[in-house]
Design a binder for this molecule. Structure first.
Ligand code: NAP
Ligand code: G4F
Length: 350
């Protein structure tokens, strides 16, 4: 094959940015779909941006949206991808209770729209296309741990239900039309680029701001929930590996270990020698109508078939995020002194 081309939805997100770095390092030309917004949303990929006037550029961004099938078709026609990574999503579980219909439109219908566009392009062009669908451990919901390839789905949020629908649309395209489609069932993965309303980043951001004297309290919801937290930079490698196999398949991607939100809080405050009990308060407003209590992945298949395992462990992940957020808070302090204010909070109750 000459130039390998990939199309990535959700390229401005946490995973999209790490995947873009990985694909570029492997010589791909990468097309990304970005949404129009009244402010720039490309912070995470600005270091890789290439001006449209640059000859032979490897990063090409297209405006589009998973709710708009016409534009998905147009972008696929232009990008002519060999691989499609469908990462775009309204990815916040708590928000999905507040916006269930929109979440279903983007996450479930969006995946279906993308699949149909790929199938039509494949028929028209005669070119084979491999598809990665970003599935989630939220699909397992209340099924007891460890959750693996054979664990039944029992989603506990509109987001989880929508991801299950996307999963099965993918399986059906594989079975009905022979599409090379891989569902990656990824457990929680974090990084300094994690959105600030997810619990890990909310915690490390608060730790940094408390250290710098910019904040005195951190309000959280359920401290007893347990998650299998890994590093996003590791997880995008598994996505790409799936599409390089001889046969398509579905994979659980996780560390195999599990910690509570309370453990994360302890570890993060411990990194800066602070007693977390002095700063953290539980606000029931952050509880979810139905919670996923324990997620811990069975990593066997991923290791046996892909030779993939998580490299960054829990203490190093927390340390990486805290270090980044202490530096960020220091910069925020300097900007405040100069009269500028950085946004730090999302809407209430997420
Ligand atoms: P993220 O940081 O929230 O990024 C989501 C991306 O989707 C952003 O680029 C966002 O664009 C884009 N997007 C949102 N709505 C869209 C729409 N209507 N049309 C097109 N694009 C849209 O999520 P992430 O953590 O990188 O996760 C990537 C994928 O993996 C998501 O599908 C998520 O559900 C799934 N997943 C994540 C985890 C995890 O722990 N991180 C675990 C399992 C599965 P804007 O930048 O414009 O908002
Ligand atoms: O960080 P979270 O919001 O992530 P959640 O709900 O596990 O979802 C993330 O991981 C999924 C994979 O399993 C992805 F598919 C999804 O897109 C997303 O990336 O919440 C983690 C836990 C929950 O049990 C929540 O109830 O932390 C608990 N929590 C406690 N206090 C909180 C808070 N969560 C948030 N966001 N904010 C809190 O103040």
């Amino acid at each position: 094959m000459d130039q390998k081309r990939a199309l990535v939805t959700g390229i401005t997100g946490q995973d999209g940015s790490y995947l873009l770095e990985l694909l570029l390092s492997q010589g791909y030309e990468v097309h990304g779909i970005i949404r129009r917004s009244s402010v720039f949303t490309t912070d995470r990929i600005d270091h890789l941006y290439e001006d449209p006037h640059e000859v032979g550029r490897k990063v090409i961004l297209h405006y589009g949206d998973l709710t708009d099938s016409a534009v998905l078709r147009r972008v696929i026609d232009r990008a002519q991808p060999h691989e499609v990574y469908n990462l775009g999503a309204q990815s916040h579980v708590k928000v999905s209770f507040e916006e269930p219909e929109y979440t279903a439109d983007v996450v479930a219908m969006g995946a279906l729209r993308m699949l149909q566009a790929v199938l039509d392009y494949r028929e028209k062009s005669g070119q084979d296309v491999r598809v990665y669908q970003a599935g989630s451990s939220e699909m397992f919901g209340s099924s007891p741990p460890p959750q693996g390839a054979d664990t039944p789905f029992h989603p506990r949020s509109p987001y989880g239900v929508s991801k299950v629908a996307a999963h099965w649309y993918g399986v059906n395209a594989r079975e009905a039309y022979g599409l090379f489609l891989c569902n990656g069932i990824l457990f929680n993965h974090e990084s300094p680029r994690r959105g600030e309303t997810f619990v890990t980043r909310k915690i490390t951001r608060a730790v940094g701001r408390i250290v710098e004297g910019l904040q005195t309290k951190l309000f959280l919801g359920n401290l007893e929930a347990k998650r299998d937290w890994g590093f996003a930079g590791d997880y995008v490698k598994a996505m790409q590996l799936m599409l390089q196999q001889d046969e398509p398949g579905d994979y659980v991607v996780a560390t195999g270990t599990c910690h509570s939100v309370r453990d994360f809080v302890e570890e993060a405050f411990g990194c800066v020698d602070l007693e977390w009990e002095k700063y953290v308060e539980v606000d029931p407003g952050y509880f979810r109508p139905s919670e996923v209590h324990v997620l811990q992945g069975d990593t066997t298949l991923c290791w046996e078939r892909l030779g993939w395992k998580a490299e960054v462990d829990f203490p190093n992940l927390v340390r990486m995020m805290v270090d980044y957020d202490v530096t960020l808070a220091r910069q925020e302090g300097i900007m405040r002194t100069a009269g500028h204010h950085m946004a730090v909070r999302g809407a209430a109750s997420i």
